[in-house]
Write a protein that binds this ligand. Structure first.
Ligand SMILES: [Zn+2]
Length: 306
């Protein structure tokens, strides 16, 4: 079985991505033969091509919210995944405004592209989606697109949380507990915001969650000017938790950070716990298209830069 990997196609937001000082293509997670494409922002299709990611292999496209730096390329990525709808496939998991809009936000998904995918799921925070032996939980956020969601992936080897854009709150951090890997969007350096994280918020989260690895991304202009590498080093020093500032093209082998011998997906819990959890959960299980005949280009190993 191919090794799991996390690839950062882009790491900028705001002025940093508007000027393309950092790219903005989102994140690709490959695990157990499935490919998850997270938040395909501007240039996602181009960056995917550059970094050897085959969009045809997507199992699911995940869009956390309807801001363009998270979903600008989602439609064209669906075109690429489905040969313009000739071969409808794949699952779209997104927040509600991306599909339906709201009073202040236009829907971004076109009617044509709605028909190109096999299934569209717009989960509420707390809802769980099973794709074979990967389980994805939709997480609550506090953001200017009020229906924005984060994602927590439970795989056999690791638990990975992607915060998406959110402000800090105790309730939000609670959802990140037990993550092996925490991907935090940190657009702000010291600006306090009720919609996004800054460096101090990130430190508070790390201290509370104590993951094995923190990957910082989604940097705004001030963070870029202050140097994400130096910021990550000081966070690492202060919290004692390994913290890496993602760069465009950063490739991580997540299984290197998994807790040994811990069985984590709900269906792998020991029977009593599983029963309890299954009763609580609002679970949705789907059968994805399995692209056996196609193979993804292989990248490098642990902590490589493409
Ligand atoms: Zn946003």
């Amino acid at each position: 079985m191919a090794e799991s990997k996390i690839l950062f196609l882009g790491t900028g937001t705001g002025g940093a991505s508007n000027q393309q000082l950092r790219a903005s293509g989102g994140i690709v997670i490959q695990t157990h033969g499935y490919q998850f494409f997270l938040d395909p922002g501007p240039g996602a299709l181009l960056r995917a091509k550059q970094f050897g990611i085959n969009a045809r292999l997507n199992t699911a496209i995940l869009v956390s919210h309807a801001h363009l730096n998270h979903c600008n390329d989602a439609n064209i990525l669906i075109s690429s995944m489905t040969h313009d709808g000739i071969d409808p496939k794949g699952v779209l998991i997104s927040n509600k405004t991306f599909v339906s809009g709201s009073e202040s936000i236009n829907p971004v998904l076109t009617k044509f592209h709605q028909k190109c995918v096999e299934r569209i799921i717009t989960p509420d925070p707390g809802q769980k989606i099973g794709i074979e032996n990967v389980e994805i939980h939709a997480l609550k956020t506090q953001h200017s697109d009020s229906s924005a969601i984060g994602f927590k992936f439970f795989t056999k080897d690791f638990i990975l949380t992607y915060s998406s854009d959110t402000a800090y709150s105790r309730e939000i951090v609670e959802q990140y507990q037990q993550s092996d890997i925490l991907i935090l969007n940190m657009p702000n350096f010291d600006k306090k915001s009720d919609s996004n994280l800054n460096v101090e918020d990130v430190k508070k989260i790390i201290r509370k969650v104590q993951p094995r690895l923190v990957l910082l991304t989604h940097f705004g202009l001030k963070v870029i000017h202050k140097d994400p590498l130096l910021i990550a080093r000081s966070i690492h020093r202060e919290t004692g938790i390994q913290t890496i500032a993602a760069k465009d093209g950063l490739l991580i082998a997540p299984q290197s950070y998994s807790a040994e011998l811990r069985q984590k997906t709900l269906n792998l819990y020991p029977s009593e716990k599983a029963k309890e959890l299954k009763e609580e959960s609002e679970e949705l299980r789907i059968q994805p298209h399995n692209p056996e005949s196609e193979t993804a280009s292989q990248g490098n190993n642990d902590l490589s830069f493409l």
